[in-house]
Write a protein that binds this ligand. Structure first.
Ligand code: KG4
Ligand code: ZN
Length: 343
């Protein structure tokens, strides 16, 4: 039985290993003292994440990354109150590395472990210090490489998902379009960079017809593929000659779908506080488009995380852990990771 030290500062070590970044962070409550991220370049040559290589790289990275996070924060392991880890969703082999590490380190130190859902963590990144924190309830659009969803966030622990993708995620659409153009993985940031010099109305793509607040991106990907294939048949340098316009046009389509759904969600729920979360929230087209919309709708209030908290990082895992610690929600040594949401 662990007692919650709600009256004193809570020192948290958080670990994130759900995909291809090994990250460790140290937090004092919701203040980030360190947030170390080791990327895995090994996947670049394959144009996507190779699960088996990812878990091996996590095994190599985890000890130095945790060490670096503690050193940078100036915190000794004996001072920690708890260790948090991503339980899922994600790649099982990768999740197992973080889970097993957190369990054994906590066992050695005699402190509790806290399991954290990766998607909840993306949302709770908005509650890390140095940012204006939204009041509950708010709408949160979580757009990452694996998920695209709109949730009415009721409190730190959950809410109702009112829309989600029925096929590809928005980040996947960015990554697949980049792959078709021969750009390196992950393609989202590459498209973002190129799009800045391009004409977004040069190429048009069909708008998906999906009922309600759900999303679909697979049709967009297919029509992008056909456009490039047909262009290359006429001119082998089609991609090189048009890369900025291709990037700007596909980005505008992906972002357009998101903006349309947010407007619809606000109308449907009457909630005008809107949060943005997940890797794709780093996209400048999405940030600008949403800010532009919010300028027109004067009762809208936007909450966009700091750039460093958008893509996968352990600080966001620590944010959830802080609220779970206060609520006494600890995990047991038997806790197993899960690969998919909605277990
Ligand atoms: O949240 P995240 O780091 O990992 C998952 O949980 O999936 O999101 C990664 C996704 C990738 O698809 C990546 O291409 C995309 O976020 N991404 C971006 C940008 N930065 C990252 N997409 C568009 N524009 C960006 N600037
Ligand atoms: Zn993520």
């Amino acid at each position: 039985m662990y007692l919650c030290a709600a009256m004193e500062d809570v020192l948290i070590l958080a670990i994130e290993s759900s995909c291809d970044d090994t990250s460790a962070a140290v937090l004092r409550n919701t203040e980030v003292l360190s947030n170390v991220i080791a990327g895995q370049d090994i996947h670049r040559e394959f144009g996507g994440v190779v699960p088996e290589l990812a878990s091996r790289a996590h095994q190599q990275n985890i000890v130095p990354v945790v060490d670096a996070a503690l050193k940078k924060a100036g915190v000794l392991r004996e001072q920690l109150h708890c260790i948090a880890f991503t339980r899922g969703p994600g790649l099982l082999g990768s999740l197992l590395v973080g889970t097993a590490f957190a369990k054994s380190m906590a066992l050695g130190l005699g402190i509790p472990i806290i399991d954290v859902d990766h998607m909840r963590a993306h949302i709770m990144a908005l509650f890390l210090d140095g940012q204006e924190k939204p009041e509950f309830p708010f709408l949160c659009l979580t757009v990452s490489g694996g998920h695209t969803q709109i949730e009415i966030v009721r409190d730190a622990f959950g809410g109702e998902i009112i829309g989600r993708t029925i096929d590809d995620a928005a980040g996947e659409a960015f990554d697949k379009a980049a792959k078709i153009m021969g750009l390196p993985y992950p393609g989202g940031p590459e498209i973002d960079k190129l799009a800045k010099q391009g004409n977004s109305s040069r190429f048009a793509f069909p708008v998906p017809s999906v009922p309600g607040l759900d999303f679909s991106y697979s049709g967009l990907k297919t029509s992008f593929l056909y456009l490039v294939r047909d262009g290359l048949a006429v001119d082998p340098e089609f991609i090189e000659k048009n890369c900025a316009d291709l990037a700007a046009s596909i980005q505008a389509s992906i972002v357009g779908i998101i903006l349309q759904r947010i407007e619809q969600a606000v109308r449907q729920t009457g909630i005008t506080r809107i949060g943005l979360a997940g890797g794709v929230s780093a996209n400048s087209g999405l940030r600008d488009g949403l800010s532009e919309l919010a300028r027109k709708e004067d009762d809208w209030k936007l909450y966009i995380p700091k750039f460093s908290y958008t893509t996968d990082n352990a600080a966001m895992i620590g944010a959830v852990a802080y609220y779970k610690y206060l609520a006494g929600q600890f995990a047991s040594q038997e806790t197993a990771p899960y690969s998919r949401q909605n277990r």
